[in-house]
Design a protein around this ligand. Structure first.
Ligand SMILES: [Fe+2]
Length: 230
């Protein structure tokens, strides 16, 4: 069974699921693809909202979802926290971890990588004592320079999350496989937003990875990347 480390399944929380019916469909689809634990990572933007306001919205949406189907017990609430200047000083940031795991999913900005981003990540890691997960690293491979990617990869004690969309690109898949071979801590997510263009996609994860890593190696990868949330 797989864990989805990145999803927008809560209804009317962000640009993800539009309503409860869509959330339930997405959850059903993920389950059919072998996902037994879903980390919900709705967008959080520090310049727009306080942590407490986000948490109270998230709590209400989660309740709505559980009210519609009380059998859902395998959602771990988290957030996809956009890295912006002074993010580490945001009041209550530590409450945005994935459940009580201490991990926090951080989204790099879509602009050239810069030193202040590293400083924010390090401050969150060592100042606040949280464990960063860098969201969808695959998205930056073609926009950041290789030395910028190496800077990110040199951060120790952080996890590198890949969206399953990586498997649509041979080049990006090769990059991922190189990281796995070199024992970088990678984790996987659907980053699903809906049932259309950004639908659950652990089917392609399974199809490609079973082909690329044979037998025991595939099982070992699953065990390894899921261990942080089991
Ligand atoms: Fe996302």
């Amino acid at each position: 069974m797989y864990i989805d480390y990145h999803s927008h399944i809560l209804p009317r929380m962000d640009d993800g699921a539009e309503d409860t019916a869509q959330s339930l469909e997405m959850i059903k689809s993920l389950k059919a693809q072998g996902v037994d634990r879903i980390i919900s990572t709705s967008h959080f933007y520090a310049h727009r909202e306080s942590v407490d306001s986000f948490l109270s919205r998230r709590g209400r949406r989660l309740e709505e979802l559980l009210g519609a189907n009380p059998a859902i017990t395998d959602i771990i609430p988290g957030a996809e926290v956009a890295i912006e200047r002074d993010l580490s000083e945001k009041k209550g940031l530590e409450k945005l971890t994935v459940g009580d795991s201490g991990f926090i999913l951080l989204e790099l900005p879509y602009r050239p990588y810069s030193g202040w981003m590293t400083e924010e990540i390090l401050e969150i890691q060592f100042g606040l004592g949280l464990k960063p997960i860098i969201a969808h690293l695959n998205r930056y491979v073609s926009t950041y320079s290789s030395s910028q990617i190496n800077d990110i990869l040199s951060l120790s004690g952080v996890l590198f999350q890949f969206n399953n969309e990586v498997f649509h690109s041979r080049r990006d898949t090769a990059f991922l496989l190189k990281l796995i071979k070199n024992d970088y801590p990678v984790v996987f997510g659907s980053d699903t937003h809906n049932m259309d263009k950004r639908a659950p996609n652990f089917d392609i994860f399974e199809k490609v990875m079973k082909k690329k890593l044979r037998g025991d190696k595939f099982d070992a990868l699953i065990k390894d990347y899921c261990k942080y949330m089991r």
